[in-house]
Design a protein around this ligand. Structure first.
Ligand code: GDP
Length: 284
């Protein structure tokens, strides 16, 4: 039969709870609830957990199974014949996804508060591994929606920048970086913008936001002597144009990846949510 220690190994793997937390943020109507529900549905086949009804007022934390075919950072070099693939389907890798309310005036403050608490947490049960910022890419053609999404994303990135700039000062122990996925949702819609142009539009809009903020801060610091610098996204001089690439200097990697929670999986964009799952896998 199977040696006892192998039984122990498999038992441990099967029984181990999800170990990484991902936070899902974004403007209302982006598709966050739909995405959470989809992942939960796919996972509940395995875990036979009852289906939760999501309200738009409270955060929900769901436990999700990564599809066995999706590689993780530690096993990405395996081949299709690799026995670890079989192993993965027997002992799937799990993670947790926290969805924050998308509606009402509270959403930004609630989402930001959640991010602050998860990013400063030392507890493996609550600390954040990665951040998903979901956007309705069909809604972005409207200026007000673009501004709304960019403002929210700007504030989110500023929290992460402050965290990574602050950690150098206070402690010598390096904290893990928090990568950001801009999930460019609703690619199935005829009117949606492709991920490349979503990236450009967001960068240009964030540039506008930080320039007007810099100006405001400079005016204020004339009177009060406030340190304006650390409140500006993308480091020191806001003279140049903002790009997500700029944030890599402070250890924040932003990827913009297209997908569709809903829509016909037979269509060409039809990787659906797979590319986002692959991004998650690379964090695990
Ligand atoms: P939330 O406010 O971010 O939680 O957004 P919801 O999950 O409530 O989604 C808002 C609306 O967008 C719902 O009617 C969803 O069915 C729809 N939706 C979500 N994802 C997609 C998608 O990929 N394509 C299309 N066409 N509609 C979507």
């Amino acid at each position: 039969g199977v040696p006892v220690f192998l039984h122990l190994v498999f038992y441990r793997a099967a029984a181990s709870p999800p170990s990484c937390n991902f936070l899902l943020l974004g403007p209302g109507g982006a598709g966050k609830t739909a995405f959470t529900t989809l992942l939960e549905g796919k996972s509940s086949l395995a875990s036979k957990k009852s289906h939760l009804t999501h309200t738009s007022q409270a955060s929900t934390l769901v436990s999700v199974t990564l599809p066995p075919a999706v590689p993780t950072a530690s096993n990405r070099y395996r081949s299709v014949n690799d026995p670890s693939l079989k192993e993965a389907s027997r002992n799937p890798i799990r993670y947790r996804l926290k969805d924050t309310p998308g509606h009402g005036k509270l959403r930004t403050s609630q989402g930001i508060a959640e991010l602050q608490s998860m990013s400063s947490s030392k507890d493996v049960k609550t600390k954040i591994r990665g951040l998903l910022f979901m956007i309705d890419t069909a809604a972005l053609v409207d200026e007000a929606n673009l501004r709304d999404a960019a403002t929210y994303l700007h504030d989110v990135l500023l929290v992460l920048q402050k965290r990574s700039m602050g950690k150098g000062k206070s402690s010598t122990k390096r904290e893990a970086d928090i990568p950001v996925l801009v999930a460019a949702n609703k690619q199935d819609l005829f009117t949606s913008l492709p991920p490349g142009s979503v990236r450009e539009k967001l960068e240009a809009e964030i540039d506008r936001i930080r320039k007007s903020k810099t100006k405001g801060l400079m005016d204020a610091s004339m009177d009060s002597g406030l340190d304006a610098e650390e409140d500006v996204l993308g480091d020191d001089d806001a003279q140049g144009v903002f790009t997500f690439k700029l944030l890599e200097q402070v250890g924040i990697k932003v990827d913009v990846v297209g997908g569709a929670v809903k829509g016909d999986p037979q269509e060409e964009y039809g990787s659906g949510v797979r590319r986002w799952e692959e991004w998650i896998g690379m964090c695990l």
